[in-house]
Ligand binder design. Structure first.
Ligand code: X2X
Length: 337
């Protein structure tokens, strides 16, 4: 695949940019920027990102082209985090919990059972807590996050061999977690055996039984076809997770102000539209997953929260984030300690 970029012609390593570049008479854009993410092309994130790319191209008179690279085509999450920092990639949507390997405060929205519903989530993430995390990201100087975080959803635990009904079912459970200290810490507090694996290797790790389970929102269980390698889904809602739309600061500042305004407007609008899509998908896809053979069970969260408390999980992470951030989290989520 030959892509025209502001850095000249380059031959992508088999990467297929889902872009709005029309074949034929369209002239090359003045600015061609790459946006990488780890989700399947069918996930609402990529649907809305492509829609935004088309609007941006039209509103900039063809001067700016956003090339969307889904499914970790440009590398795993940990690889791409290095690329967004160096500027090899211009934009990247990444869970704050994985970003926390670079910006520690970014994982705070993932504290177990912190958010009980979406009203609580958006009050925090579109409010003071989100503002605080974006300020911490900006301190890195190399990257910054757009205002509106994209929705991943409330995470559920899937398994190939058993339902998860009580905390005892998590003891010695071989579960995949994304590469993040908070994810590892939470499942170690449950007595599980967590293995950090980037998302682009999850399907094969489940298929080859390297791990017996994983946890993700239903929209991802569906669009990543994890139902093909998982039999049970336990509705734990143990964490809300989102994706910050990250930009490489130097590449962003190389753009004219009027183009930056068009990109900002359309990307934040796409995030808000994607949130509604994800809620709708997460609310409707369970019937489809059941029809595909997954067995669902609901879970009482109280024993799980009590287990995290007795294991010292909340006090450990309150100490890591510090009182200021923890107070902001509890202002939105209620007392966690
Ligand atoms: O890696 C995952 O499980 C995913 C897709 O949910 C994230 O990007 C955090």
């Amino acid at each position: 695949m030959v892509t025209v970029s502001r850095r000249g012609f380059s031959v992508g390593a088999g990467a297929l940019a889902v872009s709005t570049f029309a074949i034929g008479k369209a002239r090359a854009a003045e600015f061609t920027y790459k946006y990488a993410n780890n989700l399947p092309i069918s996930h609402p994130m990529n649907v809305r990102a492509q829609e935004a790319a088309a609007k941006i191209k039209e509103e900039t008179g063809g001067r700016f082209e956003l090339q969307v690279y889904p499914s970790s085509q440009l590398g795993s999450d940990t690889d791409t985090l290095g690329q967004i920092r160096s500027g090899a990639v211009d934009f990247f949507t990444l869970s704050g919990l994985i970003l926390s390997t670079f910006v520690p405060a970014a994982s705070i929205n993932g504290v177990g059972f912190a958010f009980k519903d979406y009203d609580t989530v958006w009050k925090a993430m579109d409010g003071k807590l989100g503002e605080y995390v974006r300020a911490e990201i900006a301190k890195s100087r190399s990257i910054f996050a757009f205002d509106k975080i994209w929705d991943n959803g409330f995470r559920q635990i899937t398994s190939s061999n058993k339902p998860i009904a009580t905390p005892a079912d998590l003891v010695n459970f071989k579960i995949r977690v994304p590469p993040s200290p908070l994810w590892t810490s939470m499942f170690k507090a449950f007595g599980s055996a967590p293995t950090s694996i980037n998302f682009n290797e999850v399907y094969s790790a489940l298929q080859s039984k390297v791990v017996d389970g994983q946890e993700n929102p239903l929209a991802i269980v569906s669009t990543a076809k994890l139902y093909e390698v998982q039999s049970y889904c336990s509705l734990t809602n143990h964490m809300w997770d989102g994706f910050w739309f990250l930009a490489n600061r130097r590449n962003w500042e190389a753009l004219p102000e009027n183009i930056r305004q068009v990109v900002t407007k359309n990307i934040n609008a796409a995030a808000v539209a994607e949130r509604a899509d994800v809620v709708k998908l997460n609310d409707t896809v369970q019937a489809d997953l059941t029809a595909k053979g997954m067995k669902f069970n609901t879970v009482d969260p109280t024993p799980f929260r009590d287990k995290l408390k007795s294991a010292g999980f909340y006090s450990e992470w309150k100490g890591k984030y510090g009182d200021t951030a923890w107070t902001m989290l509890e202002a939105a989520a209620g007392s966690l300690g």
